[in-house]
Design a protein around this ligand. Structure first.
Ligand code: ZN
Length: 258
């Protein structure tokens, strides 16, 4: 069996004395003082110190508040995300929210920063969405998608916006309406196109009019097909509504009836 070629380790790793960073304390006789990141970066592998239970004896409000403060001390931030709860906490964000009514109230109870739970009014959200729209149009040439909310760092979750307006698309429609002060018109009004008049009908009209202009009676000049009652006034393409005109007469007639 052919052994698989091992990927080359960096120079420092091939050094026999190399010891990966978390174990440096072993060589230097230093006490191992892991950073929270080293301890908790991968919950499955090295989550806790030995014998450190990963659940709480009690889930009463006081215990949850204490736990939230502990996690806030680990993250070094004054507010907790669901991910913080998941990575560092022994209580889930969901449990904390259920116990206090909402995650915002849990933050208030724990004395943590609850400002990021601020309830934005619909007008606030529409204003944010309008600004976001300008950015995505500039950067990507399109209207914003839910993921752009996080990408551009809006202080609200994209799903919150979608939930507030019924759906993301409805939020965009509301933004468009609010910006233009009218119903959004995603599609321009249809442009009425003039039906192609066949060569046979042209020929029959010119023949009927004896190849002369019906206005100035000139013959032997360039003729064009003209609608007696203009299309813009509801005239049809019926032969009875068609006539031969010379170019100057046709230009002069314009949209008039003749
Ligand atoms: Zn003419």
């Amino acid at each position: 069996m052919i052994p698989k070629s091992q990927p080359q380790k960096p120079e420092s790793c091939r050094n026999a004395n190399y010891i990966s960073p978390p174990f440096k304390h072993l060589t230097k006789n230093l006490p191992f003082t892991p950073t929270p990141h080293q301890l908790f970066s991968n919950r499955e592998k090295v989550n806790r110190m030995p014998l450190d239970i990963d659940f709480m004896p009690s889930y009463d409000p006081a215990s949850i508040v204490a736990e939230m403060r502990r996690v806030a001390a680990i993250t070094g931030r004054n507010k907790l995300t669901s991910d913080d709860f998941k990575r560092f906490g022994r209580v889930s964000a969901k449990t904390a929210a259920m116990r206090f009514g909402s995650l915002e109230k849990a933050h208030v109870a724990a004395g943590l920063d609850s400002s990021h739970f601020k309830k934005f009014t619909n007008e606030d959200l529409l204003k944010m969405l309008a600004d976001l729209w300008v950015l995505t149009l500039r950067d990507s040439g399109r209207s914003p998608v839910v993921a752009d909310v996080a990408k551009y760092g809006l202080p609200v979750c994209g799903h919150t916006i979608a939930y507030r307006f019924g759906s993301w698309r409805k939020a965009l429609i509301a933004t468009s309406e609010a910006t233009h002060g009218r119903m959004a018109q995603p599609f321009p009004p249809p442009i009425r196109t003039r039906a192609h008049i066949s060569a046979r009908i042209r020929f029959n009209v010119f023949k009927r009019d004896k190849y002369t202009c019906r206005i100035c009676r000139q013959s032997g000049v360039e003729l064009v097909l003209d609608h007696v009652i203009p299309v813009c006034r509801g005239g049809t393409d019926a032969i009875a509504n068609l006539q031969a005109l010379c170019v100057p007469c046709n230009l002069g007639k314009g949209g008039d009836l003749q």
